[in-house]
Design a binder for this molecule. Structure first.
Ligand code: SAH
Length: 360
């Protein structure tokens, strides 16, 4: 038998075309192909067998020619604030994390794009584990599909590529996943509700800018000078701040700066002023992020009142700024932290990790 086609690696329109042609070729009527395609993303089911409106013989035929691979859910945790974190194992034993964050009428999924990460940002748990491999489209979009298959299902209204990995270093797959997430024949999530977070990987920013949809771009700035940024983010040597800011200015939609507050490192008044002037150069909105303590070796979080002061200094320069609410700190729901915790074999959480960081 020839190798089976993984339907979840195709865009919804490709999958529908392939399935309609397949159905016709097997004398089942093209509409059977469209019925099958609906069960990939819009009304997902776990197996071909479960597509019960299709004739049993056709379901068996589908299973002979196609796959819809699952991700194996190996751990999950729920925070006191409702944030849920999932650890999925893939066919080769690699693990990735997905986080679901409810907030009023929104549910944001934080998804992973790589197993590990090659960029080694100094404060990041994923960076510390090194890089294993890029995820395939079905492994990235599959995270959203798996949560939709839970009982009861978890449905995303918003997606952020802020899990493990650098999405723009895996553009070929992420490009496809954006289509799956956004397309009405996919998950139908509005482009403005989908955010790609990047260290400033320039070729990827250009590729994203070339897409016609209004996907959002967030840039992990974390330091307002090349000298400081290079010590925190080695990628700054390849793509210096000036070039990243220029790419952000060229991006035809409003970008967000992410800035993780590292006590005594990047949280002084002069940093706030420099950051504000960078933001002005590309009309960016600044998001200040309290450091998630778990797994961030050697750094201490800036206190809530200092973060407030830092925000006011930025606002005084005429730049919009917000302080991100820390979510799921009791379950280490930051980049790479669940996987790190599992690797540490049940190391008990410290008192610090148990407390929610509260922002005034
Ligand atoms: N590689 C991409 C996306 C993944 S990380 C990027 O760097 O943007 C998503 C965000 O979480 C980034 O802004 C990253 O810097 C931040 N982050 C990593 N470790 C963190 C920690 N310990 N506390 C708070 N934010 C963290």
């Amino acid at each position: 038998m020839t190798t089976r086609t993984n339907l979840l690696d195709l865009t919804p329109s490709e999958a529908e075309r392939v399935l309609r042609e397949f159905a016709e070729a097997h004398g089942a009527g093209a509409y059977r192909g469209s019925q099958t395609a609906r069960h990939l993303w819009t009304a997902p089911v776990a197996t071909f067998e479960a597509m019960t409106e299709l004739p049993a013989a056709f379901r068996a035929l589908l299973a002979e020619h196609f796959t819809m691979p699952r991700l194996e859910l190996t751990a999950q945790q729920t925070s006191t604030d409702g944030t849920r974190k999932f650890l999925f194992r893939m066919h080769d034993g690699q693990s990735i994390e997905t986080v679901s964050i409810p907030d009023d009428d929104r549910v944001t999924f934080c998804i992973s794009s790589q197993a590990g990460c090659p960029l080694a940002c100094a404060f990041c748990a994923t960076g510390a584990m090194g890089f294993a491999r890029n995820l395939t489209p079905s492994e990235i979009a599959g995270q959203v599909r798996e949560l939709a298959l839970l009982d009861p299902p978890l449905r995303a209204t918003n997606i952020v590529f802020m899990g493990m990995g650098e999405p723009l270093m895996n553009w070929a797959a992420v490009d496809r996943v954006l289509t799956i997430l956004n397309s009405p024949q996919g998950f139908g999530i509005g482009a403005r509700h989908i955010t790609i977070s990047t260290v400033g990987w320039l070729p990827g920013i250009q590729a994203l800018a070339a897409r016609p949809e209004q996907f959002r771009l967030a840039i992990s700035v974390h330091a307002p000078s090349d000298a400081l940024r290079a010590t925190l983010m080695p990628v700054n040597i390849k793509f210096p701040l000036d070039d990243v800011i220029a790419a952000a200015a060229d991006f035809d939609r409003r970008v967000t700066f992410e800035y993780v507050m590292l006590g005594g490192v990047n949280d002084q008044p002069e940093h706030a002023k420099m950051l504000a002037s960078l933001a002005k150069r590309c009309r960016a909105f600044v998001n200040l992020i309290p450091l998630h303590p778990g797994g961030s070796m050697g750094f201490t979080p800036t206190g809530p009142s200092e973060i407030g002061k830092f925000a006011r200094t930025i606002r005084a320069q005429g730049v919009e700024v917000a302080i991100r609410k820390s979510r799921g700190t009791d379950i280490s729901a930051a980049c790479g932290q669940l996987r790190v915790e599992r690797l540490a074999r049940g190391r008990p959480a410290t008192a610090d990790e148990d407390r929610e960081v509260e922002i005034a």
